[in-house]
Design a protein. Sequence first.
Length: 201
Amino acid sequence: MRRFKLYPSIVYVVDCDELVDDVKDACNEIDWSDYCTNKDGSNLSSHKYALQLGNHSHLIEKFEVILNNTIEELNYDNLMEMTTSWFTKTDPSRLITNHYHTNSLWSGVFYYEDSDTLSFSKGPNQIFAQTRVQDPELMMWGDIHFPAMKGKMIVFPSNMSHFVNQNKTEKTRYSLAMNFMPVGTTGCGDSVYHYSNKKFI
């Protein structure tokens, strides 16, 4: 018997310990007195360009290199560039509800300190049949949880639904989220488009 995995949803966990201090410093520059609050109660930085407006071009370049090296096996014709970046601030008892990212191809979340988990979710098929499989590479639906560990970046396709559990500690949780898009000309025929991500602000 041979088993084929068709059209997999790939999640990468990447070691980025060398960026912990720089990202923490960038987060400390955020003015949380002017934050945005989502309906789910999770706090965001007041803009979606935290690294861009904060003059942290060195971090943008490093995360772009990490992202492109990580997905190199997928053999894209185009490189990916960071389009948006924002810090999340989740106070005790708060959470981040299930959502996905639009206007991006790949997303990433970096943790400069240990947190809880980043969870991915997919609903069951049109006919529900209970399964007890625990291997995440075999699960057809359900919730899959990845530990949010200091120095780790979790990379995933932007259209994957994900959430963060309620913060049951007495400590505020922080993370850096990022979106990436292809740069340059992509597509074919009447669907050709030239992405120029450097002029997004």
